[in-house]
Design a protein. Structure first.
Length: 340
């Protein structure tokens, strides 16, 4: 029976258009990465895409004798809603082919390995806690800001799932009940105010109101082509409108994170996702403003840092799920299986 310190795990990141997978060792380093197209509308074809990515990683490991017998599990980040206890994907909007789909059971049956399935926010938080920007902290809060805002909470090395597994939907905390309607149906969610599309929308609205900006040139003169990445590039070039938009975003995040500190008082707050690098220059402003939006007198002592894992957060997160399971098994005397 191998030790967890020797084990490797296959991490799988399932999205609406692609499946990414890689081999992750016990210290969180990723190798043997692969990507394959995802078939979102057909259950069997979607499963085949996942197994093709896993098979590609396993085939690469078979060419390396030093990796033989070290794969101890498969962890999968999948779109929610899902049940992390059973590994059933319930009804994800961007994977309409999967409805009450027993993903963990099917993958485990195919490979005779332990399998864990969770959403990307939870898994990314666990990877950061184990190997990334949250390493060395007991309790972490992690937010992934991109097309949406996913969050995860890790207490003492374990994901906080809540009563039914649906906890930590921090992106759908409302900070303005009169604010814009979020995709979830609520008003004023932080996702509706500070996600990538929200940043692009506010830039478009300001330009439509008559303010000049180089962003419009990047978008070919079309307001509907503006993206948050364009806003970020314009900010770096000194565009004043882009600066205003990102400062607004930082203000929204300050209000939100003040609530997070009051509720959880984490040891560290980690920001990842596509918008993380764009917002990182504003972390100082957020920290300076926190006392006005937080009753906790120690709020400025909580570090606000950029995530370690970028585009590979899903792969690392999937592997982290399996490493946590392996540690639980060792604690209960089950041990870590040795299979390839």
């Amino acid at each position: 029976m191998m030790q967890v310190s020797d084990a490797c795990f296959i991490g799988v990141d399932v999205g609406g258009t692609k499946v990414a997978a890689g081999l992750v060792d016990a210290i969180g380093e990723i190798s043997e990465q692969t990507r394959t197209p995802m078939v979102a509308t057909d259950a069997a074809a979607g499963l085949a895409a996942v197994t093709a990515a896993i098979d590609s990683v396993r085939a690469a490991t078979k060419l390396k004798p030093e990796l033989q017998g070290l794969i101890a599990g498969i962890g999968i980040c999948a779109p929610g809603p899902l049940d992390p206890r059973t590994g059933v994907v319930i009804n994800p909007p961007n994977l309409p082919g999967w409805r009450n789909f027993p993903l963990a059971a099917l993958i485990s049956k195919s490979y005779c390995l332990p399998v864990r399935v969770d959403n990307d926010g939870n898994a990314a938080a666990l990877a950061e806690a184990l190997w990334g920007a949250g390493r060395g902290y007991r309790n972490i809060f992690c937010a992934t800001i991109g097309t949406g805002i996913g969050t995860g909470i890790v207490f003492d090395g374990r994901i906080y799932h809540g009563r039914t597994g649906a906890a930590a939907e921090g992106g759908h905390m409302s900070i303005d009940y009169r604010g814009p309607r979020c995709g979830c149906g609520k008003l004023g969610c932080i996702e509706a105010l500070s996600s990538g599309p929200a940043i692009a929308r506010r830039a478009s609205e300001k330009i439509a109101a008559g303010r000049p900006s180089s962003i419009l040139e990047q978008a070919g003169g079309r307001l509907d082509h503006i993206t948050s990445e364009m806003v970020g590039r314009a900010y770096l070039a000194g565009d004043l409108l882009a600066k205003d938009v990102l400062q607004e975003t930082a203000m929204f995040l300050t209000v939100w994170l003040g609530n997070v500190v009051d509720l959880l008082e984490p040891d560290v707050m980690i920001i990842g996702g596509g918008a993380a690098s764009m917002l990182q220059p504003f972390f100082g402003e957020i920290r300076d403003r926190l006392p006005a939006w937080c009753v906790n007198s120690h709020c400025q002592d909580v570090p606000l840092v950029t995530a370690h894992y970028g585009a590979d957060a899903g792969i690392a997160g999937g592997a982290a799920l399996c490493r946590e399971l392996s540690l639980r098994n060792l604690e209960s005397g089950v041990g870590v299986p040795s299979r390839t």
